[in-house]
Ligand binder design. Sequence first.
Ligand SMILES: C[S@@+](CC[C@H](N)C(=O)[O-])C[C@H]1O[C@@H](n2cnc3c(N)ncnc32)[C@H](O)[C@@H]1O
Length: 165
Amino acid sequence: MEHLQPLDVVIDATCGNGHDTLFLTTLSEQVISLDIQRSAIQKTEQLVGTKATLLHLSHEYIDEVPLPKPPRLIVYNLGYLPGGDKCITTKRDTTLISLKKSMNILAPDGAISLTCYPGHEEGFHEEQAVAEFLKTLNPQQWTILQYRCMNRLHSPIFYWIEKVG
Ligand SMILES: C[S@@+](CC[C@H](N)C(=O)[O-])C[C@H]1O[C@@H](n2cnc3c(N)ncnc32)[C@H](O)[C@@H]1O
């Protein structure tokens, strides 16, 4: 990913099985990963070892994470843990709280990547709430891109939210 330099701080706000964290550790030496499930933290630890800092913490408290400098990338892969309990899923209210906090702590040229899964009920409402919020942002301050499959109703929707200047 061209956006990142090896010493940039990166946060994986939903580390799940650790695949995104593992990829991020190939791009940066300073990856911090969060999840509310201890099992997710353990699975991620098995994959990345000490290459990332793993925190058993809800991303609604992302602004309380000690950081050496502001993050240049924050990654949200929303929804539930693949192969896990589908009831333990990201929720629209806490996701919005976290997203707003992420926008505040981001480095001046930082970005947020956010993938929504509208194919399940909470994911549908969560994506709608995220989209409604993103539409309100000042284009002088934020560039927001949406990437989606137009002819598959419930396919994942990817957002790239980049701070301008
Ligand atoms: C789709 S999975 C993430 C997949 C993961 N990035 C990977 O590479 O395997 C979503 C994860 O979000 C976690 N999650 C749900 N609510 C959360 C919250 N409030 N804060 C942090 N993680 C949360 C779930 O426990 C689940 O592991």
